[in-house]
Structures are given as structure tokens and as C-alpha cells.
Design a protein around this ligand. Structure first.
Ligand code: F6R
Length: 364
């Protein structure tokens, strides 16, 4: 049942902390704090590249994984949605890592892309919530997400679980390739272990999120902005809003605004910025200033430090717990999913079963 929650989606949102913790316990040894993965079909220390494919939210998890793997493990990554990857025929060196991400493990395009990657002699590592699925059977290694059954059509807890696995994979590859210092690895891992508590704090911010939902529920269109690793978080926010509230939304890399999308901005278009302090904060800030100068109504998700700098630019600010940059994309996912949920409630849509959508897309 829904355990007293309004919808399965709300119940599953509230499972974020438990699911992140469970997934970490699966891969992190409690006494040594060493991350232990199943045996990999290649030598991680000499791995040369990775190619990632997935659909929808799982693809956004992959985009975040690309930033992590490139930044922390210095592993070159190619990535595309599976419906494109399966027909793209990119040149790939054999013995690379084909990284496939899927909640259901049954998505037709993702499965087809996996088979193509296998034909190109990639070893398939898949990140799956259903470890008994078709994609599981056709993979060389399965990294399970331990999110439990997800009933709402819109993915929530499976997404943060995918990110948790990707973060562990990143730290292991970074360690094996000697691209991260033990100290830095420890800082990242500590931030991950601390994440369930921080996420639980965010889940308490329902009233504040509802206030924001009121601001966007009557909009024709909403723009989400982020830069760097927060750009895919903006994409996740926009997809969830479209999917369950039927409000048009799009995400842009904030630096791209001036190349076209800024023409959309006026008083009627809420601009939602996903912008923790730190790397790229100042850059995003100036992009937001440009939007504000065109009448844009800015709503910012940030931390205490970011809130100070945003106070004259944003009309609404949601102050999230301050966390290490490594785990910020996981934390910031939670309020953007909550916002989509609360907006859908105001719209009166069928939140768990949005129109035209199926939980598992087993046809091309
Ligand atoms: C969005 C959503 C979809 C799925 C996509 C992939 O909320 O749920 O975009 O992420 O259909 O599904 P899986 O992960 O089962 O391959």
C-alpha cells in the first residue's frame, strides 16, 4: 500500500534515504570503508574508455555519471540515448566498458543498444533495479540498485540509486587508475555515507516546495537551468514536471541561454535554477542575472552560501543542506522531483499513472 502517502510517487520519494543507504551498504565494506564491486570483466586500471546508454531519467543518471567518470576517474566517456545509440554505429575500440542503465531492465531501445555494443566487443556493465531482467541476462556484470519495486510510472528512488552506484563505480575506477588521492576519496565517500541524513532533511521541506509549486502551477512553460554536473539535474526536473503535471518545461545549460532560449523569457516564464555554491556558481549567477533583466521570475535551489549571493536575483530561494560537490547532484535531484510532484497535485493529474506513459517501454 501507500503507507498513508497520497500516491506511490510520494511514498517512493520518501524512500530516497533508505534506498541510498541500502545501495551504499551493498558496495561499501562497513569496517574498512573500501568500495567493493563484483568482479569486472576487464582491468579497471588500464580501462581506456566507456560508452554509456539509457533512456529518459536513466539517461540523465548516465550524464551525471559521465561528469563523475571524466572528472574524478579521468575516463573518456561517450554517451547517448539508446534510441539514438542503437542506430548511430559509433567507432568504438574493443574491450571498452559499455555501461547500460535501466530501472526495469526491459527497455527495448536500451536492450538493442546493449546488443550493438556487444557486437562491438564492449564488455557490458549494467546498472539495474531488476536483476532478473532481460538486460541483466545479457550483461557481463550487473550492479544492482536495491531501490525495491517502483510502482509510480515516474522514476524517483531508482534514479538516486542509479546515481549512488555510479558514484561508487567512479571512485573505484578513480582509485584503480590512480587518479584520486586516498584523502580525496575518503572525503567523497564520507559525503556519500552522510547523504541519507541530508536527503531526509530535504524531504522535510514540503511546505516550502508547495509554495514554489503554487508559483509554477499556472505557467504555460517553465525553464530549468543548471551548469556542469547540475545540468542533467535540471533535465531531470524538467522531465518530471512535463511527465506528471503536463506543464511544458525544458532544461538548458545556463550558458546556452544567450544563444537562443533567452528569447522565451518574460514575466510569465518561471526560471528554476539548480545552483549550489562552488564551481560554476558565479557563471550561473550571471546567466540568471541576464534572465532577470528580461523580466524572468527566478526560483533558485541552492545552499546557505549561494543564497546570500542570490538574494537580489531570485524571488524564491530554497536553501538546501550544504554538501560536498561530489554528492550535490544526488541531493539536488530530490527537491526538483518533489516540486514536480507538488505541481502535479495542484493540477489534479493522475500522478502515479500519467497519461500516454507506461512504466516499462518494451516496444521501440
Ligand atoms: C521518467 C521515467 C522514464 C524512464 C525511462 C527508462 O520518470 O521513468 O524516463 O527513466 O523510460 O526506463 P528504464 O530505466 O526502465 O529503462
Amino acid at each position: 500500500g501507500k503507507n498513508g502517502y497520497r500516491h506511490y510517487m510520494e511514498k517512493e520519494l520518501h524512500e530516497h534515504p533508505i534506498v541510498i543507504g541500502q545501495t551504499l551498504r551493498r558496495f561499501v565494506d562497513p569496517s574498512s570503508h573500501k568500495i567493493i564491486l563484483p568482479h569486472m570483466p576487464f582491468d579497471l586500471s588500464t580501462l581506456k574508455r566507456g560508452i554509456i546508454t539509457a533512456c529518459g531519467s536513466a539517461f540523465y543518471a548516465g550524464l551525471i555519471g559521465r561528469y563523475w567518470l571524466e572528472e574524478y576517474a579521468r575516463l573518456p566517456i561517450d554517451i547517448d540515448v539508446a534510441s539514438e545509440m542503437r542506430y548511430r554505429n559509433p567507432p568504438v575500440e574493443s574491450q571498452g566498458m559499455g555501461l547500460v542503465i535501466s530501472q526495469s531492465g526491459e527497455t527495448a531501445d536500451t536492450l538493442a543498444a546493449l546488443r550493438n555494443l556487444k557486437n562491438e566487443h564492449q564488455k557490458i556493465v549494467s546498472i539495474l533495479n531488476n536483476e532478473f531482467s532481460t538486460i541483466a541476462r545479457e550483461s557481463d556484470v550487473v550492479l544492482g540498485t536495491d531501490a525495491g519495486v517502483e510502482i509510480a510510472v515516474a522514476s524517483t528512488k531508482a534514479f538516486t540509486a542509479q546515481l549512488t552506484v555510479l558514484s561508487c563505480l567512479t571512485l573505484v575506477i578513480a582509485r584503480e587508475k590512480n587518479k584520486i588521492t586516498p584523502e580525496n576519496k575518503k572525503v567523497c565517500l564520507t559525503a556519500l555515507m552522510d547523504l541519507p541524513s541530508r536527503v531526509a532533511e530535504v524531504l522535510q521541506m514540503k511546505d516550502k516546495i508547495q509554495e514554489i509549486a503554487h508559483k509554477i502551477a499556472n505557467a504555460q512553460s517553465v525553464i530549468y537551468l543548471g551548469r556542469g554536473i547540475m545540468y542533467p539535474v535540471a533535465m531531470e526536473g524538467a522531465l518530471k514536471l512535463k511527465e506528471i503535471s503536463y506543464i511544458h518545461a525544458d532544461a538548458y545549460a545556463a550558458g546556452e541561454m544567450k544563444h537562443g532560449p533567452i528569447a522565451l523569457i518574460d514575466q510569465t516564464v518561471p526560471v528554476i535554477a539548480v545552483v549550489p555554491s562552488g564551481f560554476l556558481f558565479e557563471k550561473t549567477l550571471s546567466n540568471l542575472q541576464e534572465a532577470k533583466a528580461r523580466g524572468g521570475h527566478i526560483i533558485a535551489f541552492t545552499d546557505a552560501k549561494g543564497a546570500e549571493a542570490l538574494s537580489t536575483i531570485a524571488e524564491q530561494i530554497i536553501i538546501l543542506p550544504t554538501v560536498h560537490a561530489f554528492v550535490a547532484p544526488i541531493l539536488y535531484t530530490v527537491p526538483v522531483q518533489m516540486l514536480a510532484y507538488e505541481a502535479a497535485i495542484l493540477k489534479g493529474t493522475d500522478v502515479d499513472q500519467p497519461r500516454n506513459l507506461a512504466k516499462s517501454v518494451t516496444v521501440e
